[in-house]
Design a protein around this ligand. Structure first.
Ligand code: GLP
Length: 240
C-alpha cells in the first residue's frame, strides 16, 4: 500500500486529481469507480476545472458508484445519484447513460444487486476505484462485520455511519438506515484503488491502516492486500 501524505485538503485534492488526470488521459475509455462524501469533493472540483480548461474529456468514460441509500429517489438531494450529478456529472461531458449508481428505489432489491454486479462485470471491473473512509473504517458502505460480502448487497447502516452522515440531513428529514453497496470483491477487482482521507476525526482509524496488519473490524485494512492501492491523506488525518 502506497501512502501519500499531503499538506492539506486542497493539496490532497490536487494530487488526487493528478492521478485521475493521468488515468483518463492515458485511457480515455477508462472505467472509474466513484465515491461520495466530503473528502472527495475537492477532487471533483479539480476534475471539473480541468474539463473546463479543455484538458480532460469524459465522453468515453464509464463510471460506477460505490453505494446508494435505500428509499431515496435519484432526485432527492440526499441521494448519492443527486450528489454525483450535482458535484461532477452535470459539469463535465460524461454521458449520463454511462454512469452507474445502484437504484435505491428498486422494488426487487436482490435483483438490483445482481443487476449492479452484472454491470460491473460487463465493464470488466474498474480501472481506478476512488474510496472515502468511514469513521468506523468502512469503505463504500461495507460496515465492520465478522464476514464480508463479495458482491453488491443490502446493508443496515451502523450507528457510527448514521451519526457521521446525519450532518447531511436537515431537521425532520428522513435519513435512510439501509443502503446498497458494492461488496469488497467488486472494489478489490479494481486495477488501482485510491483512498482519500481527510480531517482529524479520521486520524485514529487511519492509524490502524498503517500498522501493516489486517484489523478485520476495520474494512479498509483489507486494502493492504491489494497490489495497487494508494492512501492519500491530509495532515489532519495523519494526526499532525
Ligand atoms: C459515506 C459513503 C462512503 C464514504 C464516506 C466518507 O459513508 N457511503 O462511501 O467513504 O461517506 O465520507 P466523508 O468523506 O464525508 O467523511
Amino acid at each position: 500500500m502506497r501512502i501519500i501524505k499531503t499538506k492539506n485538503y486542497d493539496d490532497m485534492s490536487r494530487k488526487a486529481a493528478n492521478i485521475f488526470f493521468s488515468q483518463i488521459v492515458s485511457k480515455p475509455d477508462s472505467v472509474i469507480g466513484l465515491a461520495t462524501g466530503s473528502s472527495v469533493l475537492g477532487l471533483y472540483a479539480e476534475l471539473i476545472e480541468s474539463y473546463r480548461r479543455g484538458d480532460l474529456d469524459f465522453s468515453r468514460i464509464r463510471s460506477v458508484n460505490l453505494d446508494e441509500y435505500v428509499g431515496l429517489d435519484g432526485k432527492s438531494d440526499q441521494s448519492y445519484r443527486y450528489y454525483m450529478d450535482n458535484n461532477l456529472f452535470d459539469h463535465v461531458n460524461i454521458k449520463k447513460e454511462n454512469t452507474g449508481v445502484p437504484d435505491g428505489l428498486a422494488s426487487d432489491i436482490q435483483a438490483e444487486c445482481r443487476r449492479y454486479d452484472s454491470l460491473i462485470e460487463s465493464l470488466g471491473g474498474t480501472d481506478l476505484q476512488l474510496l472515502g473512509l468511514g469513521h468506523n473504517g468502512h469503505i463504500g458502505f461495507n460496515e465492520p462485520s465478522v464476514s464480508y460480502s463479495v458482491g453488491t448487497y443490502l446493508v443496515s447502516l451502523t450507528e457510527s455511519s448514521l451519526t457521521a452522515n446525519s450532518r447531511f440531513f436537515g431537521p425532520g428529514e428522513h435519513q435512510p438506515t439501509q443502503a446498497l453497496t458494492m461488496g469488497l470483491g467488486s472494489i478489490f477487482r479494481s486495477k488501482r484503488i485510491l483512498l482519500m482521507i481527510s480531517g482529524s476525526n479520521k486520524a485514529e482509524v487511519a492509524r490502524k491502516l498503517f500498522e501493516g496488519k489486517i484489523h478485520t473490524d476495520v474494512p479498509a485494512c483489507f486494502l493492504l492486500l491489494h497490489p495497487d492501492a494508494t492512501v492519500m491523506l491530509d495532515r489532519a488525518a495523519n494526526g499532525e
